[in-house]
Design a protein. Structure first.
Ligand code: PQ2
Ligand code: NAD
Length: 191
């Protein structure tokens, strides 16, 4: 269980420390590779200092609740796996394509439904939507640098979000943005 949480946290670029006497081979490998830190021992009261977020994922609910109590006292967000009253937040089921993330939560009503919807959305969402988003993000940065902030710019950004964008200079969406910028120059800066 902890393994899945470690994957979610690493995907969010977290710096992960695991405290556990035993770990599955994959977790041990991640520690050996320096991707996470592993303190090979049981949790001890006082372990939680300066952490932003804690996941209590031992197979002992008494230990998990003690971890939640210490986290609460120290204002650290805590998720005790599969123990909703001892969660400050729930892990959602997530579909990812590059910078695009779709998180599904049923607020604990049915994790199985969250998983099913993840699979359905994953099957429907084009595989290259993350690459498209990267191009769209680059074009948006160009547009916001050269266009004044007004209703026209907002219209343009909504238009571009409906079009294919590519990295090429002759890309029709880039041409539309440039044409628009020529008609809407930024006001001259007073020196
Ligand atoms: C989304 C996902 C994310 C993740 O875990 O990272 C997640 N559970 C997943 C799967 C899953 N979990 C369970 C099953 C078996 C089927 C079933 O029981 O329905 C399956 C499906 C399977 O295993 O196939 C059992 C289960 N889960 C909880 C309880 C306790 C309870 O309900 O009281 C029990 C009963 C335990 C028991 O019987 O003892 C509680 C929680 N699980 C949550 C998240 C939070 C609510 C999220 C929400 O509702 O949206 C919450 C509240 C706390 C938390 O954050 O952990 C992940 C899907 C990952 C994916 O995308 O594949
Ligand atoms: N939602 C799900 O799909 C799902 C699936 C499996 C398990 N679970 C839940 O997750 C929890 C963990 O299950 P698991 O299968 O990952 O168990 P596991 O036995 O694989 O892992 C438990 C880990 O806790 C560590 N541990 C035990 N006592 C400890 C202590 N005092 N201090 C620090 N570490 C300690 C062990 O060394 C081990 O690494 C259980 O509560 C289980 O019900 C949920």
């Amino acid at each position: 269980m902890a393994e899945a949480k470690i994957d979610s946290l690493l995907a969010a670029h977290a710096k992960v420390t695991v405290i556990a006497p035993k770990a599955r081979p994959r977790v041990a490998d991640m520690a050996a590779a320096g991707e996470i830190e592993w303190l090979k021992r049981e949790y001890a009261a006082g372990d939680l200092t300066a952490q932003f977020l804690v996941v209590a994922a031992t197979d002992n609910p008494v230990v998990n609740r003690a971890i939640f109590k210490e986290a609460t006292e120290k204002n650290i967000l805590c998720n005790a796996v599969d123990d909703p009253p001892f969660c400050d937040f729930y892990f959602p089921s997530v579909v990812r394509r590059g910078d695009l993330q779709i998180a599904i939560s049923t607020a604990g009503a049915s994790p199985a439904l969250a998983q099913r919807l993840r699979k359905e959305i994953n099957a429907q969402l084009p595989l290259d939507v993350g690459d498209w988003l990267t191009d769209l993000g680059n074009l948006r940065r160009e547009v916001t640098q050269i266009e004044p902030l007004n209703e026209e710019r907002k219209w343009l950004l909504h238009q571009l979000a409906q079009r294919e964008v590519c990295g090429y200079e002759s890309c029709p969406s880039r041409l539309l943005a440039r044409e628009h910028a020529l008609k809407n120059p930024l006001p001259e800066k007073k020196s």
